[in-house]
Design a protein around this ligand. Structure first.
Ligand SMILES: [Mn+2]
Length: 319
C-alpha cells in the first residue's frame, strides 16, 4: 500500500514533532515513542554551501524523510522502530558557515548528552566535522571516524575554503581523531600526503570492489567509539547516481551495508550520517534508496548492539 506523508493521520499525534516540509522519519508507522525513549534521533541538515559540481544536497533530508514513509518497519533482518526513532526539526542553515556548523555541533551534543544516537541527514559533507565536534563537546572519548566515500576529502583548503565538503576529513584528522576510509577512488597527491601524515587507514575502491571485499578488520588500536559517515557517492553511480560528484567504480548496495556491519560488529557505533544525497526530480527510486539506506544502517546498529554489549560492557556508552 502506498503511504503518503501528506495524507496519513498519526493517531498518536506525533506529527507535532514535524517541521513544515519535514515529515518525521517513518511517520507512517504508529508506534513512535516519546523522544526521550527513542534511541535514534534523526537530525535533518539541509546544508548546501560549498557544493563543487552538481547541486541539490539541500533537498536531501526532506526527500529522505518523505520517502521513509514507504519503508517497511521490518527491514528483513531487524526492526529498528523497536528502538524508537525520533525526528528533530531541521538545523537552521540560513546563517553563515560558522553559525550553521555551530548549530549542528550543539544539536549533536544535545542528542548524545541525553543518551541518544544522532542520525544526521545531509546536506553536504562538511556537516560531518560539526557533528564530530558535537560528540567531543558531549564528552565522548576514544572516538574514531569511519568514512565511506568516493573522495578522500583530505585537502587542507578547497577553492579557498577550509570548511568545504572536500576538506571535511582533514578537519577531522586535524583534531587528532583516527580515521578509516572505505571506497575512496578520488584522492589527489596532497591528500595522499595527508593520509601519511595523519596515519589514515584506508581500503580503497580499487581493492574493495574488484575483490568483492565485504568485511574489514579494524586495527587493534582503533578507538572503541565510532562515528560512521556515509557519503552516498561511495556507492557506484549505477546503484546511486543521485549525488553531486559521482565517480565510477564504487561500492555495491550490499557491499556498503556489509562494510558498515563489519565495523559495527567490532566497535560501538555512537552516531552516523548519510550525506551528499541530491534528489533527482522525477526519480523517486533514489529517494527511497537513501531512506532505505538510513533505515538499514539503523537495523545494523540494532543487530550489533546486543553482541557488543556482551563483549565489552565496559566500553559501552551510557545506553
Ligand atoms: Mn564524496
Amino acid at each position: 500500500m502506498t503511504k503518503s506523508a501528506d495524507t496519513v493521520n498519526d493517531p498518536d499525534g506525533f506529527d507535532q514533532w514535524a517541521a513544515p516540509g519535514y515529515p518525521v522519519f517513518l511517520g507512517s508507522e504508529f508506534s513512535h515513542p516519546e523522544p526521550a525513549a527513542a534511541l535514534f534521533h534523526v537530525l535533518p541538515v539541509p546544508y548546501e554551501a560549498t557544493v563543487s559540481y552538481g547541486a541539490g544536497t539541500g533537498g536531501g533530508p526532506a526527500a529522505i524523510l518523505a520517502a521513509s514513509w514507504q519503508l517497511e518497519a521490518w527491514d528483513v533482518s531487524s526492526r529498528p522502530t523497536d528502538l524508537g526513532i525520533h525526528t528533530l526539526p531541521p538545523v537552521d542553515v540560513s546563517g553563515d558557515a560558522d553559525s550553521v556548523l555551530a548549530g549542528i555541533s550543539a544539536a549533536t551534543a544535545a542528542i548524545v548528552s541525553a543518551g541518544h544516537m544522532p542520525v544526521m541527514l545531509g546536506g553536504e559533507h562538511s556537516v560531518t566535522d560539526a557533528a564530530v565536534q558535537g560528540l567531543l563537546a558531549a564528552g565522548i572519548e576514544d572516538l574514531g571516524v569511519v568514512q565511506i566515500d568516493a573522495h578522500a576529502d583530505l585537502r587542507d583548503t578547497y577553492e579557498g575554503n577550509r570548511r568545504s565538503h572536500a576538506t571535511v576529513m582533514k578537519r577531522v584528522v586535524d583534531r587528532g581523531i583516527p580515521l578509516y576510509q572505505l571506497g575512496i577512488r578520488a584522492c589527489c597527491e596532497e591528500e595522499l600526503a595527508a593520509r601519511r601524515t595523519h596515519g589514515v587507514y584506508h581500503k580503497d575502491a580499487e581493492q574493495l570492489v574488484p575483490q568483492g571485499i565485504t568485511t574489514i578488520e579494524l586495527p587493534q588500536d582503533f578507538p572503541a567509539h565510532v562515528y560512521f559517515t556515509v557519503d552516498v557517492d561511495g556507492m557506484d553511480p549505477s546503484v546511486f547516481p543521485a549525488t553531486g560528484t559521482p565517480v565510477p567504480g564504487g561500492l555495491g548496495w550490499y557491499q556498503t551495508l556489509s562494510l558498515f556491519e563489519s565495523v559495527a560488529r567490532q566497535r560501538r557505533i555512537i552516531g552516523f550520517d548519510v550525506v551528499e544525497f541530491a534528489p533527482i526530480e522525477g526519480f523517486h527510486a533514489y529517494d527511497f534508496a537513501a531512506a532505505l539506506l538510513v533505515y538499514r544502517l539503523m537495523g545494523i546498529v540494532q543487530r550489533t548492539r546486543a553482541s557488543l554489549d556482551g563483549q565489552s560492557a565496559a566500553a559501552a556508552v551510557s545506553r
